[in-house]
Design a protein around this ligand. Structure first.
Ligand code: HEC
Length: 153
């Protein structure tokens, strides 16, 4: 028993000493990168939202640029940004819920639906305000569908 305590204690001491060397904030780089990725999406999506809501005049060239940026972002392989354990059950600097790693097929499906909607948007955004409006809605819904399930409030 005494021996076991010693082992446990020395393990704890090692962990405390070792932790700052490896990572003060585990997965900080990955989490920052994926949050930055979403900020890029948000900015471009916001440009389109302003046109859809009539806060900004529709401009075919700008709409195409923003939609193509979203499309390009949707083509990135972000697999490395989602290491196991980088969820909000352990870390307070991410809003990613553990469900992402538990229900991966569903995440993939939601992500696939989103990508399909984005592809349509990229094809339609430059074809007039009506075409932008009808292709913008499904993308917004797809962003929301994932957030409702996998992003903390
Ligand atoms: C397949 C799931 C999924 C889809 C689709 C998705 N998101 Fe997210 N989003 C997340 C998750 C998970 C987070 C939390 C990331 C974190 O904090 O580590 C997040 C975070 C964000 C954030 C906050 C970033 C920050 O700075 O903390 C914004 C803004 C955002 N998403 C916008 C969007 C927009 C706009 C779309 C659609 C154009 C979208 N997201 C589509 C899952 C998704």
């Amino acid at each position: 028993m005494k021996h076991l305590r010693k082992i446990v204690l020395s393990t704890v001491v090692t962990a405390v000493i070792a932790t700052p060397v490896y990572a003060e904030k585990p997965f900080e780089d990955q989490i920052k990168a994926r949050q930055g990725y979403y900020q890029m999406l948000k900015f471009n999506f916001g440009q389109l939202a302003a046109m859809v809501k009539g806060k900004k005049e529709y401009n075919a060239e700008q709409a195409t640029t923003a939609a193509n940026n979203i499309y390009s972002l949707s083509k990135l392989n972000n697999g490395m940004l989602w290491p196991k354990g980088s969820d909000n059950s352990q870390l307070d600097y991410t809003k990613a819920k553990p469900g992402i790693w538990e229900n991966f097929p569903d995440v993939k499906e939601k992500s696939g639906n989103w990508k399909a909607a984005v592809e349509t948007l990229a094809g339609e955004a430059g074809n007039g305000l009506g075409a932008l409006k009808s292709s913008f809605g499904p993308v917004g819904k797809a962003c929301k569908a994932c957030h409702e399930e996998y992003r903390a409030k």
